[in-house]
Design a protein around this ligand. Structure first.
Ligand SMILES: [Zn+2]
Length: 248
């Protein structure tokens, strides 16, 4: 079998087998699948650190691992398997053999440009998890610029479709830190302390967000999101119109 190197160099010591996770010419998702099959096996427990150390140099290893779920790979975290430590994962079941040509795209459903656009518009071009808008700075990270992407409403569900109602606008940071795969978690007490301190009205809001697992945009936030999409000159006009309206 011949490889198309896609610009990646295949070093002398690197295997060129199409079923070896060390083969850097294979896609990251395929390499992760092979590594899980050969180094971990069904029922095996591993850490993300070990996975990252194995598939070195590849980008977004965690994400590519999550991408195996829609292909029937059952990878559990301590949230769905209480015997695990917070930094441990368990390969419960090997799914479709994505290393085989005919299964390579298994579970990877393409989202159409139209769907993508309509989800961004519906969500007001803001991350529905943390509220950051496209190109806005994260409050805790001066100089940063948020990049928006699409995530699944329920990332746990395997085989979730690529329809607008299954998708949600997320910033890259929230998307990457999908709750159940984060290593550094606050503990229950730390979070609960913050929750308890909130005024009643905010407690009620929070419960509604928790129930829907999403933070809906208020009318002001929706207007803000739309405003931010206007060209700078027009934004200034709208700003001064609003100021005049409030002063009158
Ligand atoms: Zn976010």
């Amino acid at each position: 079998m011949n490889y198309i190197s896609n610009g990646f160099s295949i070093g002398g010591t690197v295997s060129e087998s199409d079923q070896d996770w060390r083969n850097e010419a294979l896609g990251t998702r395929v390499r992760v699948a092979l590594w899980l099959r050969d180094e971990i096996g069904e029922g095996g427990v591993f850490s993300k650190q070990r996975l990252r150390a194995a598939i070195q140099g590849a980008e977004q290893v965690d994400r590519r691992m999550r991408d195996l779920r829609p292909a029937g790979w059952d990878i559990r975290t301590y949230r769905d398997k209480p015997s695990l430590q917070p930094d441990e994962l368990c390969l419960e079941k090997i799914g479709q053999p994505v290393w085989e040509k005919e299964h390579k795209a298994a579970g990877l459903r393409q989202i159409s440009a139209r769907t993508r656009r309509s989800v961004y518009e519906r969500d007001g071009h803001m991350c529905r998890r943390c509220g950051v808008a496209a190109a806005e700075e994260y409050p805790d990270d001066p100089g940063s610029r948020a990049r928006l992407t699409l995530g699944h409403v329920s990332p746990h569900k395997s085989g979730s479709a690529a329809n607008a109602e299954d998708l949600i606008t997320e910033c890259a940071r929230c998307n990457e830190t999908v709750r159940h795969l984060t290593g550094a978690q606050m503990n229950r007490e730390q979070v609960w302390d913050r929750v308890k301190e909130l005024p009643l009205r905010h407690k009620k809001d929070l419960l509604a967000w928790m129930t829907g697992d999403v933070r809906p945009l208020s009318p002001a936030e929706k207007a803000w999101a739309l405003y931010r999409q206007l060209p700078a000159v027009v934004r200034d006009e709208v700003k001064s119109d609003l100021r005049k309206l409030l002063e009158s």
